[in-house]
Design a protein around this ligand. Structure first.
Ligand SMILES: Nc1ncnc2c1ncn2[C@@H]1O[C@H](COP(=O)(O)OP(=O)(O)OP(=O)(O)O)[C@@H](O)[C@H]1O
Ligand SMILES: [Mg+2]
Length: 239
């Protein structure tokens, strides 16, 4: 079953077509990779899906319901969680409070005790419990990336959008992040991940979609994408 599907998804900034007439789908339970050169429109595409930016045109259905045109809080509460490429932690708060914000934001009227229960569970799930009382400015980059994921997970999403959660991590931390994403998927959450770390994309994604100058230029299995002439010329060749 398709959990998310869209067509004609477009966004321009002045004369620049950042996302251009993209048609796509995401199967429930899969990990879909979203790749492409810097400036290809990947983050803008996430901003359109999550409602952070309005689309110029196009339609997106989430679980069969139209979400294009809805506000970010409505889309979050419909079950779409996301992380931000530039981490959007609340700097004046400890790790615990940051995750709790996700739990409270995810569903209006969630009680404090329920939010605390979710927070404890999510901190344990991503492996952040040891940092829970630390201020977000005092934890290592890898923990900040985990915190981004934790806050999104605390909203209790059905679909999770991950924007470069492996950027800046060392090889061991990348391995851990790959395992975490697989565990997230195995817990029943569908994942779309933007990533430049090709080893991770090729290893854990079921399918990959490639953007270039805002347009979809290829879509397929890791095997198909890694051997696609177009993709190698435009993107993989250079990395
Ligand atoms: N708010 C904005 N206003 C104007 N231009 C923007 C805005 N956001 C993005 N752009 C431009 O749109 C294009 C796509 O940017 P986007 O951030 O979506 O790329 P990306 O694929 O995520 O790149 P990267 O891999 O570097 O993160 C770029 O040319 C960028 O400069
Ligand atoms: Mg980006």
């Amino acid at each position: 079953m398709k959990i998310l599907e869209g067509k004609g998804v477009s966004k321009s900034f002045g004369g620049l077509k950042a996302v251009s007439d993209v048609e796509f789908y995401v199967e429930e339970g899969e990990i879909l990779g979203l790749i492409g050169p810097n400036g290809a429109g990947k983050t803008t595409f996430f901003n359109l899906l999550s409602g952070a930016l309005p689309m110029d045109s196009g339609t997106v259905l989430f679980g069969g319901q139209k979400i294009s045109g809805l506000k970010p809080n409505q889309i979050c509460r419909a079950g779409m969680g996301r992380t931000f490429q530039a981490a959007k932690n609340f700097p004046g708060m400890a790790v615990y409070g940051n995750v709790m914000m996700g739990a409270l934001f995810g569903k209006p009227g969630r009680s404090a005790s329920e939010a605390e229960q979710i927070t404890d569970e999510v901190l344990d799930f991503v492996g952040l419990t040891e940092y829970k009382d630390k201020m977000v400015t005092d934890i290592p980059l890898s923990a900040q990336k985990q915190l981004e994921v934790a806050r999104a997970l605390a909203t209790r999403p059905k679909l999770l959008l991950l924007d470069e959660v492996m950027a800046g991590l060392n090889p061991t931390e990348v391995e851990d992040a790959m395992k975490l994403i697989l565990r997230i998927r195995d817990s029943g959450i569908t994942v779309i991940m933007i990533e430049h770390v090709m080893r991770a994309i090729m290893t854990i994604c079921d399918r990959i979609l490639v953007l270039h100058h805002g347009a979809k230029i290829a879509e397929g299995t890791p095997q198909e994408i890694s051997t696609s002439k177009t993709v190698i010329e435009i993107y993989l060749g250079e990395s």
